[in-house]
Design a protein around this ligand. Sequence first.
Ligand code: C2E
Ligand code: MG
Ligand code: MG
Length: 614
Amino acid sequence: MQQTLMAHQPLHKAGTRSGAAVGIQAKQTPWEIEANLRAMIDAIPVPLVMSNGRGNTLHLNRAFMESTGYTLDDMPAMADWLSRVCPDPHDRQRVVQSWHDNLEKARLTGGAIAPMELDVKCRDGSVRTFMCCTAALEKSFAGICLTLLHDITSNKVAVDEFENLAFYDPLTYLPNRRFLLDRLHQALALSIRTGWHGALLLVDLDNFKGINDALGHSVGDLMLVETANRLQNCVQRGATIARLGADEFVVMIENLDEGEHVAAAHAEALGGKIHAALNLPYLFNGYEHFCTASIGVTLFHSSAKTLEETLKRADVALFQAKKAGRNMLRFFDPVIQAAIAARVALEADLRRAVSDQGQFLLYYQAQVDSSGHMIGAESLVRWLHPLRGMVSPAEFIPLAEESGLILPLGHWVLATACQQLADWAKRPATAHLTLAVNVSAKQFHLPTFVEEVLTLVDYFKINPAKLKLEITESMLLEHVDDIIAKMTELKIRGITFSMDDFGTGYSSLQYLKRLPLDQIKIDQSFVRDILVDDSGRAIVRTIIAMAQGMNLNVIAEGVETKAQRQFLLDKGCAYYQGFLFGRPMPVEQFEQLLILKNTICLEEAGEAIAKSAG
Ligand code: C2E
Ligand code: MG
Ligand code: MG
């Protein structure tokens, strides 16, 4: 074919550029040129695409058809070939765009243009990658361009495999040490910028060598793969799990918390989850096998020095965990380790106390009105630890929340409070008292919460209007609609609601407006600031004005001095709670205080009213 063409006089004097000039006889029509080129490129055993100056495809050669499996019948309209081989419209758009740009450049310069990679979907569904090199023929060839497609699929596969080998463990497909170091480098940099702590948990299977020796390496391999899967199920997206060596894995988590101890608690909780997952039996060849793991933990944060040092710290912690016996977790920092150990012990005690319950007491703190009359109380739980004595709720309530123990504990508090209300209802001196009960977010989110409250109200036959549930702003971070629905259901039955610690959390006025609240409780930190500075006073004034504007009554907590109460009274806050009126105390003492207060309160109230009038 080429011979036939070459037998004629060339169209132009000399082939200027290799591949860009073809010897074709002069005086041929554009149609003849195209037909001749078509025949010629069909004979070339390399995939080729012929297009015109506008980028429209004129011909695909036989080698192209052979390597992609298509036939001419598959491409009735040549212009459509790209939509067949490149079905994703975004990909196609990208290809077409760069092809057009390149063709334009080639047309102007008359030269070859930059190669471009193209993923081609073959007729059998497989994808092959071609490197496309386009050359524009000289102007006299009617702007025709030829694109040569060089199949680089096998090179790409080799490169991918090489990359996989370089960064991934071939047994578990987890990232390897090199990948981890790269990630850790980025994580340390981020932690320096944000000041948030991350953690590195070094997990080492206990006695893996024994398993390998006893059961053979193939079972050992299966165990490693299963361990990798279980670790992956323990973490959320964004964590990095790597296999460092034989039976040594690393779990890296970032952005745990700003505070070291909170971050440590999160890392410890994850360690517990990992222990639980790895302690489950491994089933191989119909037999159950057991394996434990030791975990060394180090936190990394802005003060972390280097990658090597961070890894070394995790290694030291792992050594401590191994030394302490199998299936253990240890932190690098002894101070954190001690804090975590104390916390773990306290949680175990709390668990026992919740099932025993004899250790919990409900205390009552008076709530008074502007004339000094006791209108009710807030119930506050106390834990009388057999060895440690009275443990503060500030210490054990967060622990109960995290461990889920708040659910049985919260139920006990609610039931005890309802029982107390039933008891007060029987006596004229106490029948008027309301009782506030703190409810945690976890309790409120229980699907059975409304039923739980209503069952207790019915069981103890109490007046629901005397029961006041205290919720906090932090509760509104999630599932607000669910909270509003539950509050509304309870409110219809007469139960009232107070927003505790108001002003300390996330307060969207939008949400506040939608909540069926009765009361806002000014947080004690603002009450404390009343006598400290102008801004403290301004905040309290604003909260009171806002509550009044929303038709909510307002109570101030943490009132310790007469001056604080006077300021609050002057600004229109009519209810108070704080040491000035009584500390939280057992019910017997509370009832004595009630009798005492009701005899002296008129005198105190007289003083207050006189001052506010003046
Ligand atoms: P809270 O609900 O805001 O309770 C008020 C806290 O302020 C109580 O601390 C109370 O003793 C203290 N307090 C009251 N008046 C004053 C005062 O004049 N000055 C000062 N400095 N403090 C005052 P407590 O009893 O240690 O309780 C701490 C927190 O523990 C409570 O804060 C509440 O969030 C939680 N809590 C207590 N009991 C329960 C409960 O039964 N369930 C739940 N979910 N949380 C509870
Ligand atoms: Mg409260
Ligand atoms: Mg409070």
